[in-house]
Design a protein around this ligand. Sequence first.
Ligand code: MN
Length: 357
Amino acid sequence: MKTFLAYFIPILLAYAVGAIGAYVQGDALVEWYPGLVKSPATPPAILFPIAWSVLYLLMGISAGTMLSKGDVSVLRLWLLQLLLNFLWSVMFFALRSPFLGLICILALDVAVMAYIIYTAGRRPAAAWLFVPYMLWLIFATYLNGYIYINNHNTKVAVAKSVANPKFSMVPLPYSKDALAPIMSERTLYYHYDKHYKSYIDNTNRLVVGTPFDGMTLEEVVLKSDGILFNNAAQTLNHQIYFEGLTPVRKVIPKELEHLIIRDFGSVEEFNRAFTSASVGLFGSGWVWLAENGDGRLLVVPTKDADNPMCHNLNPLMCIDVWEHAYYLDYQNRRADFVKGYMDLIDWDKVVMRLKYQ
Ligand code: MN
C-alpha cells in the first residue's frame, strides 16, 4: 500500500499542477499566444499536451522510486521544480510576460538539473526518468527565449482595449450555425469571436502612436513586420476567409470556370491541386487561389500569417489550415475539413475579387 501511494501521490500531484497550469493558459492560448512571433521550430499545438502528459507520468514515477524506498530527502527539490513549473505557466500565460516566463523556466532548468544530479548518486533510475524532462525544458527555454527576444511589444498586446479602435470586425454574411455540419457553430464562435477578434484587437493596440496609424489594413500588411505583421495579416486573411464562405451551395460562374479551365486544364484538376496543397501544407498556414499581374490563376500555399499580396499576387479566396480552423469538428482529419470547405466556397465573391482580367 505504501509503495502504491509513493507512486500514486506524486503522479496525481504532477497531473493536478498540469491541469491547473492548462486552465491558467486558457484564454491566452486563444488570444495572445497565436499573435506572437515564434520560432520556426515551434511544434504543432497538439504536441504540447501529449508531451507534458508523458513527462508528468515520468516525473511522478521518478519521485515514486525514491519515496517507495523511504527516501524523502529529495522531496523538497521535487516539489520546488513542480512549483516553478506552475509559476512559469502563470508568468508566461496568465501575466503574458515572456520575460518573467524566461526567468521562471531558467530557474526550473537549474532545479531539474539539481534533482538529476542529486538522485543520480542515490537511485540512478530516478535520475534517468527526469532526463526527457530536462531535454524538453531546454527546448522550451529556447522557445520562450525566442519569443522574448522577438516580441518587444508584448506589453502593448496585454492592454485590454484602446480608445478608438482603427479597424473593426467585418460582419459574417451568414449566421454562425448556417455552415453546419461542415463548420459547426462552435467552431465559428471560437474562430470568429475569439481568434479573429484577438488578431484585430492586437492590431488596433499595436498601431496606436505609430506611423501605421493612418494606413489601411492592406497597407499595414504590406509595410509592417514582426508581431504587427502577424496580427494585421491574420486579420486580413480571416476577413477574406469568412467573407468567402456561403451556406448556399454555388456553381462556378461561367467566366470564372473559363479561367480555371484555361489555367488548370479542368475544374477537377483545379480541385485536385487546391485540395492537395491544403492537405499537404505542413504546420500552420493558408492555401489561396490567387491571380498574378498577367491575370493567371494560381494555387498558392502560404505559411503562418503570410498573404499572397506580399508576393505581388491578388488573393481571390483562401482556406485556413491552422488547427484552430477545424480541430473542434475534425480533430486531426484535415482532409475531411478541406473536402467540406470546397462545398462552402462563395464563387461569386471570387469573381468580385478578380482584378487583372
Ligand atoms: Mn483562423
